[in-house]
Design a protein around this ligand. Structure first.
Ligand code: PMP
Length: 437
């Protein structure tokens, strides 16, 4: 009993069958396969503003926004025009262009936490390179990461907490040698003792601590500022580099990302998603001193045929220019706050076991009655059944959320108040159905 008939997925299903003959699981990135929600994945045909349309012609208000990059919404005119203009002169040279300078200047002039940057082509590549640089710079091998943070499919970071008290990691993917995992220490978020213990046990061996300062890949596990400050201090004491993986939070919670939001200076930062305006771009940055270790200035090798690609740079320049307009984040974050608070009020008034956690223009629907969730282990796996029901109800009402209850949602500048009101009504109806009112 779903209250509304399921949307038609005929064309999507047909495309998916074909895709399965070409790609493992029918997709080029796993979560797209809709494995943890109802039905076949929707094949998207078009996006405009806050809307997307699938192959069957269904229209949705999109809260996935390509998993974060589209902070201006789909097919933003300024981004499209800049990309189209730059493309007239060719698409790749493998030689420096002025556009790289322009994007770097936009970022560095407006970010007090970085002095130099290098562009790569994805978030994964940014993280992989940052870790190599941290190891090369400190001449140490071990990396410390947190359970519940995701940093792309970097070998050294496809590692989860092992069993027992010792903090050695176990690989979380086949194909990652155990010897790699042995170089990665995994601890729970929001646990100071675990960090102290790791630094005691591996004294002078930890090159870097890497964290999503706003963990947004396993629910939204908001940390307390004091905890992040504690990480800053313990890293400094141990001459370990603190890496903020800001692939999601960068340019999202503010132009200076989580570093600016919490006013904590990391030693290195990684970016992706928003920095490329929807095209494949990642970046990592640090002080001049740390960055001077990168080839050809220093001994740490890192390169890329399409790094700094002019078309991708153009998209990034156009998008970041918009973000620097006065009041951009105030409006976006204010709109999100109003949206999430009114959903929370609705759920609370009906005593539903449901919380909306949010920061900036990121939100997460959690089927819980906890006031805060700061570590992965606090999430009840059973709550994902409720998400699955809700996801179906929302699709049937024209609302598209990422197809997993562990994923966060994003609001873009293109989500108008009218569309957000529409979305709220659909969310209220879906919650009533999920909680069988
Ligand atoms: N780090 C974080 C925090 C991410 O959220 C992601 C992607 N979701 C990555 C790294 C990897 O980025 P990409 O998918 O562009 O390789």
């Amino acid at each position: 009993t779903t209250g509304k008939p399921d949307i038609s997925r005929e064309k999507s299903a047909e495309l998916f069958e074909k895709a399965k003959t070409y790609f493992p699981g029918g997709v080029n990135s796993p979560v797209r396969a809709f494995k943890s929600v109802y039905g076949t994945p929707l094949f998207i045909q078009k996006g405009d503003g806050c809307h997307i349309w699938d192959a069957d012609g269904n229209q949705f208000i999109d809260f996935c926004c390509s998993w974060g990059p589209l902070i201006l919404g789909h097919n933003n005119a300024r981004v499209r025009e800049k990309v189209t203009e730059v493309m007239q002169n060719g698409m790749s040279f493998g030689a420096p262009t002025a556009l790289e300078n322009d994007l770097a200047e936009l970022i560095l002039k407006n970010n007090k936490y970085l002095e130099k940057i290098r562009f790569v082509s994805s978030g994964t590549e940014a993280v992989m390179s940052a870790i190599r640089l941290a190891r090369g710079y400190t001449k140490r091998d071990k990396i410390l990461k947190f359970e519940g943070c995701y940093h792309g499919h970097v070998d050294a970071l496809l590692v989860k907490a092992g069993s027992g008290l010792v903090t050695f990691g176990e690989t979380s993917s086949a194909g990652v040698p155990k010897s790699f995992a042995d170089e990665t220490i995994v601890v729970a978020l929001n646990d100071r003792e675990a960090i102290k213990k790791a630094f005691d046990e591996f004294k002078d061996q930890i090159a870097a601590v890497i964290i999503e300062p706003i963990p947004a890949n396993n629910g939204l596990l908001l940390q307390e500022k004091e905890y992040l400050q504690f990480l800053r201090e313990i890293c400094t004491q141990n001459q370990t580099l603190l890496i903020f993986d800001e692939v999601i939070s960068g340019f999202r919670v503010g132009f200076e990302g989580a570093a600016g939001f919490y006013q904590i200076k990391p030693d290195m930062v990684t970016y992706g998603k928003i920095i490329g305006g929807g095209l494949p771009v990642g970046a990592y940055g640090a002080s001049k001193e740390v960055m001077s270790n990168i080839s050809p200035e220093g001994p740490v090798y890192q390169a890329g045929t399409l790094s700094g690609n002019p078309v991708a740079m153009a998209a990034g320049i156009a998008q970041l220019t918009e973000l620097l307009r006065l009041g951009f984040y105030r409006d976006l974050n204010g709109k999100t706050q109003e949206f999430t608070e009114s959903i929370q009020r609705f759920a609370t008034a009906r005593s539903y076991k449901f919380k909306v956690f949010s920061v900036g223009s990121i939100f997460w629907f959690a089927f819980t009655d906890k006031e805060s969730i700061r570590s992965a282990e606090e999430i009840e796996a059973s709550s994902m059944e409720k998400f699955k029901l809700m996801h179906r109800e929302l699709l049937n009402r024209g609302i598209y959320l990422g197809p997993s209850g562990y994923e966060v949602g994003f609001i873009s500048a293109a989500h108008s108040k009218v569309e957000l009101e529409k979305a709220k009504r659909a969310i209220f109806e879906s919650l009533d159905l999920v909680f069988k009112k």
